[in-house]
Each structure stands twice: as C-alpha cells, then as structure tokens.
Design a protein around this ligand. Structure first.
Ligand code: A3P
Length: 315
C-alpha cells in the first residue's frame, strides 16, 4: 500500500482522543490508546514492515522491563561475535542497540531500509499483539514479551513521567491522577490488561511464536530466564558455555546496578526528551507498597481480578 501522510493525518483526526497518562494526548486506534505523536509512525510501521523468519521482536508496555530485556537479548544473540567483557552495552544504551520500531525506526513517517540490518534482526515495540503488522504474525519470527505487575508499572511510569521526559509546559500530575488514568485504561499502548492478556493468550496458543516473561521472574532468577530466552530464540547455551559462566556474565553485565553506573547511561539521550538515565531507577519488586493507599490497592486488585485472572494471568 502507498504511503500517504495526509491520509494518515485524516485517519488520526477522526479518532477519539483523551488526555492520557504517559502522553498528553492519546488516540483510540484499533481498540488501544496510542500517543497521538507516535500514531503516524505506528501506521507506517503496520503498513510497511516486512518480517523475516529469523527476526526477534521484543514487545512490552512502557516501564515493564523493556530496557532490561533489550540488554539481555542483545547479549544472548551477540555472544558469538563479542565477549561480554567487551560488549557494545558498555558504550551504548540498550535502546540504541535494539531500536524501537515505532519510536525510532519509523520516526517522522520515514520508511527505513531494514534489509541490511545484521541478522537475526532484533527490534522492539510497544504495540499490542493485535496491532502488529500481519507479516510479524504470519512469519516464523519470534516475539518475546515482557510484562510486570501493574502496581509497580504505575509507580515506575509516574516517576518516568516526572523525570525530564515531561516537557516544561506540561503540568506535573499527582500519583493519584496517574493512578486514575491507569485504572481507566488510558495509558499509551493500553489498556494495560488488554495488551497483556493479548500476548498471554498468544503465548498459550502459539508457544513457539510468543514467549511471555514476567519482570518479577527475571528478578527472582535471571539466569533461568536467560536460558529460557536463549532456547526460545534458537540460540541455546552449550554445556561448555554454561560451565564457563557465560550466562552469569550476561546476567551480571545487564544488571541494573552495572548498567546504571555506565557513563553512557548516566548522560545523553537516545531520543529528544528521553534521557538515558531515566530508564534506570530502582527496579524493585513491590515498590508500589510505598506509594498507594489501601483503597487504591484494592481498586487495582479488583481490576486485575476482573480483567486478567479469568485468563489464568496472576501477579
Ligand atoms: P523502576 O522505575 O521501578 O525502577 P522500561 O525499561 O520498560 O522503561 O522499564 C523501566 C523499569 O525497569 C524501571 O523500573 C527501571 O529501573 C527498571 N530497569 C531498567 N533496567 C533494568 C535492569 N537492567 N535490571 C532491572 N531493572 C531494570
């Protein structure tokens, strides 16, 4: 299909809009809320991206552990070419090494030439499963999805939004306001539960296609999860690698403590308004306990019970 920016503008102009959570304006498109500034890129990505069978697509909602997953998968895939002690992660932010399709590669309505990317190509996206380009769904490419307890995700997003991502002319919003919009489902690439359940169901129906990870499981045993991911993408660790501590080396190098301390992640931006350092905060499970009142916790728990538990998805 031809690329028509004016026609895309018309599509967007006709959509319902809301003041959102991470973005000032959200548009309801294909049953999900998208930041209005990113939607043209999303539509171009949907129309033009051609998946290859050996592609690896990392999918997530904002603040669910995307940066960590990028660092780990990049290390798993590239361990053949460079030792972890000399990894490009030491000098480049994970978002530079594994670019976002809708924020970076398809930014400003460009149609990038992705044919020459080294294979297997690793991309990332915040798009819900149902919104992915047909070729991603139909090809043999693998999707690794990471999700996180919604309570911690709300807290993480609030801190992120308060950080330099917020432009000068946007008023600061209270945690309570953020919480309300989250519970209303009005988050970029959400409602949270609809996106998570979408990938969850796919991972149950097509386990060779979609691997569903929980950030909490990575925190509990990152080595076991790294092994699982490596097997899923067809690059399992050999016994020799296991004995040589290659997995532990990757886990250690990709730890929050290590990445946060690197000069590249303390300074610089990987996109305008997105400071590298704002992607590394506490990374704690249960950080929400310091932020929410009992009624707020009860409200979100009851939404989780209604929207996710019926599918066997618990946090
Ligand atoms: P907190 O704000 O709770 O600390 P995303 O990468 O999807 O934007 O998610 C950001 C969250 O992941 C932040 O959580 C951040 O601290 C945490 N994080 C980033 N890198 C991490 C890593 N290497 N290990 C563990 N957590 C990490």
């Amino acid at each position: 299909m031809e690329h028509h920016p004016e026609e895309i503008d018309e599509v967007i102009a006709s959509l319902p809009k809301e003041r959102g959570f991470l973005a000032p304006n959200l548009c309801l498109y294909q049953n999900f809320w998208f930041p209005v500034t990113v939607l043209p890129n999303v539509i171009t990505f949907q129309r033009h991206f051609r998946a290859k069978d050996n592609d690896i697509v990392l999918a997530s909602q904002p603040k669910a552990g995307t940066t960590w997953l990028k660092a780990l998968v990049f290390s798993i895939v590239n361990r053949r070419y460079c030792d972890i002690s000399n990894t490009p992660l030491l000098t480049s932010n994970p978002h530079e090494l594994v670019p976002f399709l809708e924020f970076t590669l398809y930014a400003n309505n460009t149609k990038p030439n992705l044919e020459d990317f080294p294979e297997p190509r690793i991309f990332s996206t915040h798009l819900p499963y149902s919104c992915l380009p047909e070729s991603v769904k139909r090809s043999n490419c693998r999707i690794v999805y990471i999700c996180r307890n919604p309570l911690d995700t709300v807290v993480s997003s609030w801190h992120f939004f308060k950080s330099p991502v917020r432009s000068e002319n946007q008023p600061e919003r209270s945690m309570e306001e953020h919480f309300e919009t989250f519970c209303d489902g009005k988050t970029g690439f959400g409602p949270f539960w609809d996106q998570t359940v979408g990938y969850w169901k796919e991972s149950l129906e097509e386990p060779h296609k979609v691997l569903f990870l929980k950030c909490e499981d990575l925190t509990e045993n990152v080595v076991a999860q790294v092994k699982k991911v490596a097997e899923f993408v067809g690059l399992p660790f050999s016994t020799g690698e296991e004995e040589a501590g290659v997995i532990q080396g990757i886990a250690e190098t990709c730890s929050l403590r290590k990445l946060k301390d690197l000069e590249v992640n303390k300074s610089g931006k990987f996109m305008p308004n997105f400071e590298n350092r704002s992607y590394f905060r506490k990374g704690e499970v249960g950080d929400w306990a310091n932020s929410f009142s009992p009624p707020m916790v009860a409200r979100l728990h009851s939404i989780m019970e209604e929207k996710m538990s019926p599918f066997g998805l618990e946090f």
